[in-house]
Write a protein that binds this ligand. Structure first.
Ligand SMILES: [Zn+2]
Ligand SMILES: [Zn+2]
Length: 387
């Protein structure tokens, strides 16, 4: 069986919803119209809706006709990114500088599709909790998942298990991948500000050259991954921004470096910060610069619980053409990891088709593949009906 027939029958409706959401993208915690759209759809299916959990987050609850059973959470994310869309199709973003470049329009639509089907059929025991979270892209303690949990998501709606999916460009439509255990990395952020007096570029001996100091720091940071971390515990340290200087003949009095640290184990993650601090401190001591280092722990590693992963793989096998039970781990991070710290569950990837013409996540040429909509919706439904 590929997709559920009844869901395939309203593929056109889902495509229209997805295009509407794509045309009207909203940034993290600004998802007011999106949340209203979702709430209206859920209510039209006969689902009880609670709004305003974690800002613009909302939850729908549906009881099955099969009597007592587990409460299972299904989660989608709703926010868009600050990217100026470069596509020229009809459903291109109407909002300058904002774009659904991560496919959360598709995720929201697939969960709505599952909600519509499950509300029509109610062929399951227990309850489904449809979780529409804001601000996935923000992450950290201020991100949508953590905030919904802080505001009582799982106290008000005590889910025994939770499931989520993300589209994955480079995997064929109709393909699914997940596995038990570690699947995605932890992510932390750092900001290093080096300071001193500025001076004439022709008289570097009259102060501390912070551009050179910053250059040493960027090179030195590579030691944290390559020399200070157990080589069997991969981490990534990437300096992604450097800001300093306004004139060709002035050495600036401040340079800022920002970046990210990704890790697959708590041990490697815990070691990164003190190692990074020692490198920065040592280099600044050597050059004479002052510094301020802010290190922020953002996302935990994403770990799928064993039994839930088996449930996800079994549901996937009913719906998808190909199921990969052992996909390679990725250093990408995911806000759903906060929910998986709180509840048992499983996160999976569904194919979005080739990465041709810039169709990669967070690209200005990306678009969610509508052909994947019935697969994702059927997968969510199969989890609930299989329980
Ligand atoms: Zn994203
Ligand atoms: Zn995303």
């Amino acid at each position: 069986m590929p997709v559920i027939n009844r869901i395939a029958a309203f593929h056109d409706d889902m495509t229209a919803w997805r295009h509407h959401l794509h045309e009207n993208p909203e940034m993290s915690y600004q998802e007011h119209e999106t949340a209203a759209f979702v709430a209206e759809k859920l209510r039209s299916f006969g689902i009880e809706v609670t709004e305003g959990i974690g800002g613009t987050g909302l939850v729908g609850v549906l009881q099955g006709n099969g009597g007592d059973g587990p409460t299972i959470g299904l989660r989608a994310d709703m926010d868009a990114l600050a990217i100026e869309e470069k596509n020229d199709f009809d459903h291109v973003s109407k909002r300058a500088g904002v774009m659904h470049a991560c496919g959360h329009d598709g995720h929201t639509t697939m969960l709505l599709g599952a909600a519509r089907y499950l509300a029509e059929t109610r062929n399951f025991a227990g309850r489904v909790v449809f979780i529409f979270q804001p601000a996935e892209e923000m992450g950290g303690d201020d991100g949508g998942a953590a905030r919904m949990i802080q505001e009582g998501l799982f106290k008000q709606f005590p889910c025994e298990e939770i499931y989520g999916i993300h589209n994955w460009p480079g995997m064929d439509v109709g393909d699914f991948a997940t596995k038990a255990g570690l699947m995605m990395a932890s992510g932390d952020g750092f900001e290093i500000t080096v300071k001193s007096n500025g001076m004439h570029a022709a008289q570097p001996h009259k102060g501390v050259d912070l551009v050179l100091t910053a250059a040493h720091i960027i090179v030195g940071l590579q030691q944290v991954a390559s020399r200070n971390t157990n080589p069997l515990q991969a981490i990534v340290v990437s300096a992604t921004q450097i800001h300093g200087g306004d004139a060709y003949n002035v050495l600036p009095n401040e340079v800022v470096i920002r970046g990210t640290v990704r890790a697959f184990s708590n041990e490697a993650r815990a070691g990164a910060e003190p190692n990074l601090r020692r490198v920065v401190d040592g280099i600044c001591h050597a050059t004479g610069a002052d510094y301020v280092l802010d290190y922020t722990r953002q996302y935990p590693t994403l770990v799928n619980e064993e039994t839930s992963a088996q449930t996800a793989l079994a549901a996937g096998a009913k719906v998808f053409q190909n199921v990969n039970p052992n996909p390679p781990q990725t250093m990408v991070v995911e806000d759903f990891a906060f929910m998986l710290e709180d509840r048992s569950g499983c996160y999976g990837w569904i194919g979005n088709g080739p990465e041709d013409d810039g169709c990669i996540l967070h690209s200005a040429w990306y678009d969610f593949n509508d052909a994947a909509l019935p697969f994702g919706a059927s997968y969510f439904a199969a989890i609930i009906e299989g329980k």
